[in-house]
Design a protein around this ligand. Structure first.
Ligand code: DC
Length: 231
């Protein structure tokens, strides 16, 4: 059967990973969360004293890049692959608001992007992959058969992220989450290297007022149409 590449880009907390996981499960495709890779590098930088509120030692991070190994391991209980940093499962550690507050800065570093994009292209070389991030349809897989660009209002997205963090037991304030979402959007969209932009051939999905079920059905229809076109 024909397999395609599905590239999902968009702003923070637009539900990219939710739809990507649903699609991968339904289609029997591999799901790659590229945000988790940037978060894992950020977590490494935090752990090694390379970044804090007032300082970012970019040069040291670039120097240490060869020492950073990011891998994914499928967790059958969860139904998706968890991220490992140098052999240690960091899936939970990378989802904190603290990591979120540094990750966009780390993601501006071209050397970091180069390393991660190369690895992402390897993951997807046999197609049958759903990958989400900020530059998948523009840089990682510009030839992806289906490109989606997810949007929703900043308030809707902050509320979703806030609920997720509270459910995990993190003590966060809604205003801080909203501020982080807006700051990340700004940095992600305005950096020099691979800024977040909608690829000219991406289909925009605004899910502010869509249920998960409606969104899944709408996108599955697009996948089926794309598969038919490819056959
Ligand atoms: O998808 P996420 O919120 O977990 O991503 C975290 C950050 O990583 C995001 O704010 C920007 C960066 N990122 C990126 O620059 N390029 C990607 N392909 C994925 C994420």
């Amino acid at each position: 059967m024909t397999k395609i590449t599905i590239a999902i880009d968009g702003y923070s907390s637009t539900g990219k990973s939710t739809i990507a996981k649903q699609l991968a499960k339904h289609l029997g495709y591999v799901y790659v969360d590229t945000g988790a890779m940037y978060r894992a590098v950020t977590y490494y930088a935090m752990q090694n004293g390379l970044i804090n509120d007032s300082d970012f030692n970019k040069e040291a991070l670039i120097f240490q890049l060869p020492k950073i190994e990011i891998t994914f391991e499928f967790n059958s209980k969860l139904g998706f692959a968890e991220v490992y940093l140098n052999g240690v499962n960091v899936e939970k550690d990378i989802r904190t608001l603290e990591v979120s507050s540094f990750v966009s800065k780390v993601s501006t570093v071209s050397e970091v992007r180069q390393k991660l994009v190369e690895q992402q292209q390897k993951f997807g070389k046999n197609k049958g992959v759903v990958m989400d991030g900020r530059d998948i349809g523009t840089v990682v897989f510009p030839d992806a058969e289906l490109k989606l660009f997810m949007t929703a209002s900043a308030e809707t997205r902050a509320k979703r992220r806030f609920d997720e963090l509270i459910e995990r037991g993190d003590k966060v304030i809604y205003q801080d989450v909203l501020k982080n979402v807006e700051e990340r959007d700004y940095i992600d969209s305005n950096r020099d290297d691979s800024p977040l932009v909608k690829a000219y051939d991406a289909i925009e999905i605004d899910n502010s007022n869509m249920t998960l079920k409606d969104q899944f059905n709408k996108i599955l229809k697009l996948v089926k149409m794309t598969l038919e076109d490819c056959e």
